[in-house]
Design a protein. Structure first.
Length: 261
């Protein structure tokens, strides 16, 4: 699926292009179980990640983030720590994404290459440096350098004939699907994705905690990256071309389904 900010199907706007990136890692900053009418924070908050004021305003501390790959356990909690009840929705605030994209460049043999995006989509992130494919980078002075960065800061790395190339910038927006927008709006600038619990047959089914569980409950969180990396296609050819100065406009998440196993 490819959803917009209020959970409706969305197409790629005219004059833009998009692709579905291949995920490597992610980190999350906030996890909450909620009902239909629970405002953010009024449900059962399971986790809030490390924050810092080292850059001024409160921000996510990227250096303290835990990166998780596909099929990794990214969070666990004893069931007796969760208030018994029926929870219909899961909220997860994504802080960081690392994924591979394809791009077009005359400098690449054959004209097309693969690069890696470090995508910081939390509400604000304190960044002194980060690695892409084992190579260390510092945010450029044009993006504010080391310190706090607003939602949508990104770094791009590729290797051409043995030489690493790096660039970074700031996207214009971040899509955050929230089907509860009418009753439970999310704070502006956050990346708090909302998804309804389903069972293994993909039927809507709330997460019920009785308080007398004798075995683990495993939730698989499925995130949609359906054409989630979006740019202004100034060359009108459907390919991302950094050399042409094509601007990244969105790199959010296009849906989330929490599956009870």
């Amino acid at each position: 699926m490819r959803l917009d900010n209020i959970g409706n199907p969305a197409t790629v706007p005219a004059g833009h292009a998009a692709q579905s990136p291949i995920f490597n890692f992610m980190s999350q900053h906030y996890i909450e179980l909620a009902g239909d009418l629970d405002l953010v924070g009024a449900g059962k908050v399971l986790h809030v990640g490390t924050q810092t004021t080292a850059g001024g305003a409160t921000a996510i501390d990227y250096c303290a983030s835990v990166l998780s790959a596909e099929n990794d356990v990214f969070y666990s909690i004893p069931l007796d720590s969760i208030t018994p009840g029926s929870y219909k929705w899961l909220r997860v605030s994504l802080a960081y994404q690392n994924y591979d994209i394809t791009y077009k460049s005359a400098a690449v043999p054959g004209g097309y290459g693969t690069g890696t995006i470090a995508s910081f989509i939390g509400f604000k992130t304190y960044i002194t440096g980060y690695q892409i494919n084992g190579v260390s980078y510092t945010p450029s002075s044009g993006t504010g350098g080391s310190g706090n960065h607003n939602q949508g800061y990104w770094g791009f790395q590729t290797n051409v004939l043995g030489t690493n190339y790096f660039s970074d910038g700031q996207s214009a927006g971040t899509t955050v699907p929230n089907p509860l927008f009418a009753t439970s709006p999310i704070p502006a600038g956050s990346c708090l994705v909302t998804g309804q619990f389903v069972d293994n047959l993909m039927a809507n089914s709330p997460l019920v905690i009785t308080g007398s569980e004798t075995s683990d409950i495993v939730i698989t969180v499925s995130l949609s990256t359906n054409k989630s990396f979006e740019w202004i296609d100034s060359t009108a050819d459907g390919y991302f071309e950094p050399e042409a100065g094509e601007a990244v406009v969105d790199m959010g998440i296009r849906g989330m389904i929490p599956i009870k196993n």
